[in-house]
Write a protein that binds this ligand. Structure first.
Ligand SMILES: Nc1ncnc2c1ncn2[C@@H]1O[C@H](COP(=O)(O)OP(=O)(O)O)[C@@H](O)[C@H]1O
Ligand SMILES: Nc1ccn([C@H]2C[C@H](O)[C@@H](COP(=O)(O)OP(=O)(O)O)O2)c(=O)n1
Length: 523
């Protein structure tokens, strides 16, 4: 059959597409070559005869190989030997000095070796070399008479030129990708603040599969040399990158304009980078690629999804994203211009006010202290002032309506895009009242964790003339904190919003941790 004969004399078409143009393999030199597309047409009349055998035998052979580990090992040995043989052959080849010699060298190169040789001889495959080929081609094309030999040479040279040009382009692109990926990966791995570096790269759209592939190779090599710590560190980086890439893919599939990036396994709130999505969400346990993610989503109709993210139950979330994106839905504008809200919690004297002042100055937050607002109300001589003073003196909590109203007004009068609400909510009642009155939730909750004796020491040394900084009231405040404030922390923890910060140590040390957290946020 004609097509089968042709097939038998064609170059091997496996591998890169351009190999289809490769005119000859080793030993083909001088043969006439026909580049023919091979199709496998339907053959209803059986013109082509019965199918050729061999499939069953090959399958059986494969099965036997699977069963027989000795045979498998022998096979692998053979493969290794073949690779070694090819390597030696390659090394034994003399690389010519001239362009003319190089042309012959490539014409004699087997198709399966061509990629390796292009990589090896890339510096020689320059413009003068391609000019040289072009000149030879021109000479043949414009010759007054053309012999059969010249015709063959023309086909050979044209095919080789095409292969080399495409091969060089592919190689350069690969090299470029690799160099860039290597530089980016080095930057990530050497960064002292890994999260910020990753986020910067997210912004510049620099995280891609090439980095991931390179990282995988590094992890494998560290694993082989038993560098457990390096493996764990790189695995961690890998998870973050993969998470981002997955989000990005998901966002692009949903035709989202922006990528929503959740950073850190321990749940950081990420407002969507483009506010028009009008979506804020937190990711509590984020392990997207295994589809085990807890999340909460808040939007216009105050719907609050909380679910274990599996392939089955992620649909409402996806649907919500689509709706927000395609219908321009969301919160109808009510929340689209609301500031980023961080609640700052911690026992009395844990250092909330001190750290808030620094966050405000370094990260451009408005600092609203619930205690200060209440004290201001007392000093304003308002109707409620005396009542508030009495409550504070006893270390109790002021009724939520009063405190939330003061906070709401203060929020209204600030045009800051980020707000710290310090010392609030002190109890579940505070929290619920805030949500009800403002119709919103914090994006982030910071909890300063400090031992009692340290808090007492700090409060007694605060020396601001506060009516509640005496040992009697302090004891009561600590009790109230334990009974009423910890449940609020637990509530937000379960929603993946809490960032606990160890509040022992110097002010500077604590702010180091705070700075890291805020630097990793996108507001
Ligand atoms: N890390 C720290 N180490 C020692 N003292 C501190 C530290 N942070 C704050 N302080 C001091 O402790 C007292 C209570 O701090 P403050 O920020 O007012 O606490 P709170 O947030 O509970 O109101 C203040 O006098 C403050 O100067
Ligand atoms: N949400 C709040 C915040 C403070 N208060 C009252 C009760 C607190 O003991 C005082 C002082 O609070 P402030 O936050 O300034 O002081 P501490 O953090 O407890 O040191 O104000 C309240 O009733 N409700």
């Amino acid at each position: 059959m004609a097509w089968q004969d042709n097939a038998a004399t064609q170059p091997n078409r496996c591998g890169m597409a351009w190999q289809a143009f490769w005119p000859r393999q080793c030993g083909w030199r001088g043969q006439k070559v026909y580049v023919v597309e091979i199709f496998f047409p339907k053959d209803p009349e059986g013109v082509l005869g019965p199918p050729q055998g061999g499939h069953i035998a090959r399958l059986e052979f494969r099965r036997r190989l699977d069963r027989d580990s000795d045979a498998r090992e022998a096979f692998q040995r053979q493969v290794r030997e073949e690779q070694e043989r090819r390597r030696q052959e390659r090394e034994a080849r003399v690389i010519p000095d001239t362009d003319a010699g190089l042309v012959e060298f490539f014409l004699d190169t087997e198709a399966r070796e061509i990629e390796v040789e292009i990589a090896r001889l890339r510096p020689r495959l320059n413009q003068p070399f391609f000019d040289y080929i072009q000149r030879e081609l021109a000479q043949i094309k414009f010759a007054i008479t053309r012999t059969a030999e010249m015709e063959d040479r023309l086909i050979e040279l044209e095919a080789m030129q095409k292969v080399l040009l495409e091969g060089v382009e592919a190689y350069d692109k690969l090299q470029n990708d690799l160099v860039t990926a290597k530089e980016r990966l080095t930057k990530i791995l050497q960064s002292s603040d890994k999260k910020s570096t990753l986020l910067e790269m997210v912004e510049r759209n620099e995280l891609n599969m090439s980095i991931l592939t390179l990282l995988d190779e590094n992890i494998a090599s560290a694993r082989t040399s038993n560098q457990e710590e390096a493996v764990a560190f790189m695995e961690n980086v890998r998870t973050s990158i993969l998470k981002y890439i997955t989000w990005k893919k998901m966002a692009s599939q949903l035709n989202c304009e922006s990528v929503i990036y959740a950073t850190g396994v321990s749940s950081t709130v990420m407002a969507s980078q483009k506010r028009e999505l009008r979506l804020w969400f937190t990711v509590a346990v984020c392990d997207l690629y295994e589809c085990g993610i807890s999340y909460s989503v808040r939007c216009d109709d105050a719907c609050c999804y909380r679910s274990c993210f599996s392939n089955k139950v992620c649909l409402p979330f996806v649907a919500l994203l689509v709706r927000l994106n395609t219908e321009g839905g969301g919160d109808g504008g009510a929340n689209s211009c609301r500031p980023f809200i961080a609640f700052v919690l911690g026992g009395p004297g844990s250092g909330k006010g001190t750290q808030c002042a620094r966050i405000a100055s370094d990260f451009g937050f408005a600092h609203l202290s619930a205690g200060d607002l209440l004290r201001h109300e007392i000093s304003s001589g308002s109707d409620k002032g005396q009542m508030i003073l009495d409550i504070i003196k006893e270390g109790r909590i002021v009724p939520s309506e009063i405190t939330v109203e003061l906070i709401r007004k203060a929020m209204e009068t600030t045009d800051a895009k980020r707000v710290l609400i310090d010392g609030f909510p002190r109890c579940e009642e505070n929290r619920i009242a805030f949500e009800r009155i403002t119709g919103t939730e914090p994006d982030l909750v910071i909890f300063f964790d400090c031992p009692e004796d340290e808090m007492v020491k700090r409060l007694l040394g605060r020396n601001q003339g506060r009516v509640d900084d005496n040992i009697e009231t302090i004891k009561k405040r600590l009790k109230v904190f334990d009974n009423l404030n910890i449940p609020v922390v637990d509530y937000y923890s379960s929603r993946g919003k809490v960032h606990k910060i160890d509040a022992t140590g110097t002010e500077e040390e604590i702010f180091g941790a705070v700075r890291n957290l805020f630097a990793s946020l996108r507001f």
